[in-house]
Design a protein around this ligand. Structure first.
Ligand SMILES: [Zn+2]
Ligand SMILES: [Zn+2]
Length: 250
């Protein structure tokens, strides 16, 4: 079977109508595409909701708090796609502090919490479950960003159970599964996350983590893992735009 046919079969089983993890030129690296460029591609890919989640200010070259404050004035509809404006926050210390103040966060639609080097130094032996748990207390935090990265280890079982209690959802990040991924142990850890989520009935968010328009809505490296884990389609948030709106209180 050709890759295209396989991909379209997966798209029937796990329709992706939403992508909430994307970056424009404003994130300062990886692309010169604007939000309009990304939205046009999202429309062509059949997305109903597109979320722009620029890196928080701790990422070198990304935008400052004032940019996020201004997003309340940005267009909510582009090329017939509904736009949401969030942030991919950096957790900046092991106490779970993040790089935007609550006052700015409250003006956004959602936040994804992530750990990136060099903001935190990779340490394969330091468990960061408690750090993520503390970071989940911030308002608007709804998603755990690429927790598959073995450079920043967590206890998946414990973290995912806490996330379920707090109404926070893990993402499965297509970028972590790409053949040239720079994160560590993506496939193995995403498999673990999916199996636990299946067991505890915790929905997951599929994310392209597209820098620019190139990979918007593209989950091609995630599909084989969903298949392998026999992951229930009803636990894929991307297929249920109304459920995402409910989670985000929109
Ligand atoms: Zn990230
Ligand atoms: Zn990202």
């Amino acid at each position: 079977m050709s890759t295209t046919v396989t991909s379209s079969l997966y798209q029937n089983l796990y329709p992706v109508l939403v992508d909430l993890h994307t970056h424009s030129i404003s994130s300062g690296h990886g692309s010169t595409d604007t939000i309009n460029d990304i939205a046009r591609t999202a429309a062509n890919a059949g997305l109903q909701i597109l979320g722009i989640s620029e890196h928080g200010p701790a990422t070198s070259g990304s935008v400052k708090a004032s940019y996020f404050r201004s997003l309340k004035l940005a267009n909510r509809k582009r090329f017939h796609v509904s736009l949401l404006y969030g942030v991919e926050l950096n957790i900046i210390n092991t106490s779970g502090d993040v790089d935007l103040e609550d006052e700015v966060l409250s003006s956004l639609d959602y936040a994804i919490i992530s750990i990136h080097p060099p903001t935190l130094t990779p340490n394969f032996y330091h468990d960061l479950t408690d750090t993520y748990t503390l970071a989940m207390n911030h308002p608007k935090v709804k998603f755990l960003g690429h927790i598959d990265d073995a450079r920043f280890p967590v206890n998946f079982e414990r973290l995912l159970n806490v996330a379920k209690e707090k109404g926070v959802y893990p993402e499965i990040n297509n970028g972590s599964l790409m053949p040239d991924a720079y994160r560590v142990n993506g496939p193995e850890n995403c498999r673990k996350i999916l199996n636990i989520c299946k067991e505890i009935e915790l929905p997951v968010l599929l994310s392209s983590d597209s820098h620019g328009k190139k990979n918007v809505g593209n989950m091609q490296y995630i599909y084989p893992l969903l298949d392998e884990c026999n992951f229930p389609p009803h636990l894929i948030l991307n297929s249920y735009p109304e459920e995402i709106q409910r989670i985000l209180s929109l």
